[in-house]
Design a binder for this molecule. Sequence first.
Ligand code: ADP
Length: 505
Amino acid sequence: MMAAPLAVLPAGVSSPVFARALAQLRKVVGPEYVLVDREALLPYEKLMLAAPQDEYAPSGAILAATVEQVQGVLAVCNKYRVPLWPISTGRNFGYGSALPATRGQLILDLKRMDRILDVDPVLSTALVEPGVTYQQLHDHIAERNLPLWLDFPGGGPLVGPLGNTLERGTGSTPYADHFAHACGMEVVLADGRVLRTGMGSLPGSRSWQAYRYGYGPYLDGLFTQSNFGIVTKLGLWLMPSPASYRTILVQYPEDAALERAVETIRPLRLAGTIANPCALSNAALALTAYTRRAELNQSGGPTPDAVILSAARQHGIEPWNLSFTLYGTAEQIAPNLDIVTRAFEMSGGRVDPDHHDPSQVNELNLDAFHLLDWVGGGGLAWLAPVSAALGADAARQRDIARGILGRHGFDYLAAPTVYGRDLHHLIALVFDHGDPQALQRARTAFRELARAFLDNGYGFARTGIDYMSALAREYGETHREVNRTLKRALDPNGILAPGKAGIRP
Ligand code: ADP
C-alpha cells in the first residue's frame, strides 16, 4: 500500500528522505509520539497572529520524554537535515503559539518532560523540566504547604516557567523579570552534548540553583530568545511568601495624566518603595473584562474615546488605572503606604489602598484572556515598544499607537508598564482571525506600528514568528553577524529552529 504523500515537508528535504527520517525518529521515541497526520497536528496549528497560517505549517510533531530521546532526535535530524522547533508548553500566545518561524519545521514538543525535580523551601529555589506548568508547580507547592510564591505571565496556569523564561517573559510580582530569577540551565546542544550552565558543570556541585554566574563567560543568555540549544532543565528562584501585602489602585481621571504617572512611578520603583512592575491599564483594556466592542461600536472605525470612557466609568474604570502591591510586614508596609499615597495624590491620582489583583499575589488566573472577547475570533498580536521609563516617551508611544490603530479601525488597548528604568508599552492588537479582511487590516496595522516605533527609536524586546527576521535586521549587521557566527559554531547544520529571533545559519 502506498502511504499518502505528506502534506508539508521541511525545506530542502524530499518526501522519501523525510519518510526515512520519520521511520528512525519513531524508533527513538516510539511510533505514537511522532505525529504527521493533519488531524493530530491541529492542536499545534492555531495561529493567533495576523499572518497566513500556511506559511508556518509544521511538517510534524515529535514528543520526546527524556534527555536521551532528545539526543536521539537530534542525531536523526542532523543526519537528514530536518529542522526542529522546540517548544515546552507551546502556548506562546500572541507571539506564534506552538508554530515554527518557517514552514516545514518538525515541532519538538517537550511537554512529556514534566518533572518538578526539586523545590527547596530553605533556599526558595526550584528545578524544573520544560513541560512543567505554573499550575503544576503551584499545586506542588500547595500540597507541601511551602511558603513560596510564583510569578507568572498573562497565560497563567496554562503556560510554564521554562518556555516563558527562555522568551524573557514577565509577570506581576517583585520576581517579574523571569530571566533575572533563573539560576542554572541544562542544555542539549545540536551535536548532542549536554551543557550545564552556572555552577552546574562542576562535579558534585552543591550550588547550581544558588549562584548564577559560575566561572568564565555567563552563557545562559545565549539560550534565551535564540536557537543555540534545547533547554531541558531550568533552575528558578522563587519568592518567599511575604508576611503580608497590600494592593493599591491609583486612577487618573484624564488621559493627559500618563506622563505624570510615569514620572511619579519611576523614582518609587528605583528606590524600591514599589517592588513590582507598574502597569498603567488604559480604559479600553480594562473595559475588556466587562464589555465587548460590539455593544459600544458597530462601525468599522475605532470606538470613540468618549464612548469608551462612559462605559468604563460604569465599572469604576478611569483613563489610566494602575495597581501595585506593597509586600512585607505591617510595619514595613505602613510607611511605604504613606509615601506612595502622598506621591500619587500629588500627581493627580486617586488612591484606593484596598485593591486586589490576583496576579500580584500568587493567585493563578485566566483574567488576561478577557481581552480576546473584545472582538472575538481569536486574533491577537502583542506589540510592546521599549523605552526608557520617561513620561514623555510613554506619551509619544501612546500617540503613535492611537493614531495608527485608529486609522485601521482598531481600538488602542494598552498597558504601558514601568519595570524599572525601562518601560514596555504593551499593546494588544485583537481582531477576528476568521475574517480575512480583518486579518489583512491587522497585518498592515502591525507593520505600520512597528515601523513607526522603530523610526522613533523604540525597539521591541520580543516579537512574533511573523516579524522575527524583520526585527533582527533592525538591530544591525554586526549584531546579526555575531549571532550567525555563534549559530554556525553551535549548530553547523542549522537544524535548530531556523528563523527564531531572525537567526539562520
Ligand atoms: P509558553 O507555553 O510558556 O508560552 P513555549 O513552550 O511556547 O512557552 O515556548 C516559547 C518559545 O520558547 C518557543 O516558541 C521556542 O522558540 C522557545 N522554547 C521553548 N522551549 C524551549 C526549549 N526547551 N529549548 C529551546 N527553546 C525553547
